[in-house]
Design a protein around this ligand. Structure first.
Ligand SMILES: NC(=O)c1ccc[n+]([C@@H]2O[C@H](COP(=O)([O-])OP(=O)(O)OC[C@H]3O[C@@H](n4cnc5c(N)ncnc54)[C@H](OP(=O)(O)O)[C@@H]3O)[C@@H](O)[C@H]2O)c1
Length: 214
């Protein structure tokens, strides 16, 4: 699969490297430091390269992993996202972790993921990875002994969700379907609570979230 990483920070770098390792063609893009993108691509292996935001946006699947205040500007600069599967892990967590800003300024009742869908109405948006800490994804052992963290995902397009479930599995995690894109409102809230718990319990980032079944 061709995967464009928009936002080569903690999350973009960690996920992009794993997907490149799994054999996907990965383009790392969007950093204020061009050298960082080339170094990242070189460390990710032969199926990875650095590119522009527009090149990354032409991939089949796009990971949006940017800082919330630049999200709308980044999406506008990316060009047409029609037909693309967009995975978003962008959270509305406030920088001081005291709470969350849901959506962007246009409509504060919507989740960030739904706002992305509004900005790219012909794309297939799936929310995923927002309760998985980048430090864990980037670590050599991404699991917790025999425990495999759950990665909750939600979206409205079944085919897109299937692809994202496969990409979650490629990272070694258990994909858990949380429902429609509207569920992102509560999934993003869960992500905020999860970060707050990790910080309050002084266990950040050494925690994984797992849905137990019986
Ligand atoms: N880190 C986690 O564990 C985690 C987990 C779940 C969800 N998330 C969410 O995923 C998204 C990405 O997180 P991250 O930790 O990967 O973020 P990050 O490392 O801080 O940065 C991600 C991207 O945003 C850009 N960026 C950061 N600060 C910026 C600024 N002041 N102005 C312009 N661009 C800026 C970075 O560009 P540069 O390369 O130039 O810095 C990078 O491309 C965020 O919305 C975060 O809330 C994070």
């Amino acid at each position: 699969m061709r995967i464009g990483i928009i936002g080569a920070g903690n999350m973009g770098a960690a996920l992009g490297k794993l997907w490149a390792k799994a054999g996907h063609q990965v383009i790392f893009s969007y950093s204020r430091d061009e050298a960082k993108l080339s170094q990242l691509a070189a460390s990710a292996g032969v199926t990875a390269k650095a590119g522009t935001l527009q090149e990354a946006a032409q991939s089949d699947v796009i990971l949006l992993a940017v800082w919330l205040p630049v999200l709308a500007e980044v999406m506008q600069a990316a060009g047409s996202l029609e037909g693309k599967v967009i995975i978003t892990c962008v959270s509305g967590l406030q920088p001081d972790f005291t709470g969350q800003t849901i959506g962007l300024a246009t409509d504060l009742t919507l989740s960030v993921a739904e706002t992305i869908q509004q900005l790219a109405p012909h794309a297939k948006v799936v929310e995923a990875f927002n309760t998985t800490f980048a430090e864990i994804i980037a670590s050599d052992s991404r699991q917790f002994g025999a425990d495999i963290p759950s990665v909750f995902y939600c979206g409205d397009d079944l085919e897109a969700k299937e692809k994202v479930a496969g990409l979650i599995a490629d990272c070694g995690y258990a994909a858990v379907d949380a429902g429609s894109l509207q569920v992102a409102r509560t999934l993003e809230t869960l992500a905020t609570a999860w970060v707050q718990f990790a910080v309050a319990s002084q266990q950040f980032p050494n925690l994984g979230l797992k849905a137990l079944r019986r």
